[in-house]
Design a protein around this ligand. Sequence first.
Ligand code: PMP
Ligand code: GLN
Length: 386
Amino acid sequence: MKSANPGLSGLGTTIFEVMSLLAREHGSINLGQGFPDEDGPEDIRRLAAEAVVAGPNQYPPMPGIVELRQAITAHAKRFYDLDFDWRSEVVVTSGATEALAGCLFGLLEPGDEAVLLEPLYDSYLPIARRAGADVKLVRLEPPNWELPCEALAEAFSDRTKLILLNSPMNPAAKVFSDDELSFIAELVTRYDAYAVCDEVYEHLLFDGRPHHPLITFPGMRERCLRIGSAGKIFSLTGWKVGWVCGAAETLAPVIKAHQFLTFTTAPNLQVAVASGLGKDDAYFASISTELEGKRNRLRDGLAGIGFKMLETEGTYFISADFRPLGFNGDDVDFCRHITTEAGVTAVPLSAFYDTGDVRHFARFCFTKQDAILDEAVDKLARHFGA
Ligand code: PMP
Ligand code: GLN
């Protein structure tokens, strides 16, 4: 038999699936994979259920139903004063994962260079490479995860087609500063490149930080593709409804990729998400306020056990250096160990790197009920004798 595509067959199973499976096998509290343990607003879920019964349940328009495209453009106007034409500047995708693949397949061709920042979300690298790109990795370093401007400038060249930027950033939980965003915008302009902006955590920023999409920076309107996800905004991660907004000409190849990746997304979910995006400002403010409390709860609990905690400026996640606990092993060993021995699951940060030596952090997800977070902390405290 001829061998399958080694770029994919050579990959392991994604860390989120591996750790969630292990958590299920051991009945452990799953603070690994990023998902809330309570479903989002009931009115949105009810609308989705009613739309299935009422129909139609046939193929919606390929770029998304009109209502949802209009709701996405209204959301961009309300929060960022961005004007997108719903007819030509928005496409609805099956989650941000499909949006990312569509952007990378739509923009990249073999021989192009793509600049990616480590640590990175696990789909970026395999998809960029599958799209034929020569990937230039630039690493941000803990504990502060500052943008290494000199290394970033060196990574750009005349062959750079795009940079993929994730802010707020998973798993670093970093929000890029305006100065860092301006620096990136300047490089993108200088090298006549694009920026694919993964902004799925756009409403999950803490301590009063605002989210500033790169596409709002000077010169960026034609060069950025802005990706969003209903999963994160409405605590409905299984729905896989995402979108991309961008200038019509920049978005056109992404829509071409989308038409052959999934073509469309479940119509009832689109109807429900369209309604959700129209929720009042209080809803959008409440999600970060509530989550900020959970971040503090888990951060303080883990710090009390002796973990050295990194800062979390946004996202669902907080990372902890476990070396002060005296554990003898790397981050993969640690996350397996606490799953099987303490009954709490996390994911190793090394999974977010291509290769390397960052092997002493575990990432914990705090979008869980307070009682569950407390139980997880108790279990870890008992295990480590704190
Ligand atoms: N980008 C980042 C940074 C993520 O953390 C995730 C996972 N939730 C995704 C994209 C994928 O989002 P979706 O579930 O909408 O495909
Ligand atoms: N984004 C989620 C995380 O970082 C997981 C998404 C997935 O499981 N594919 O944990």
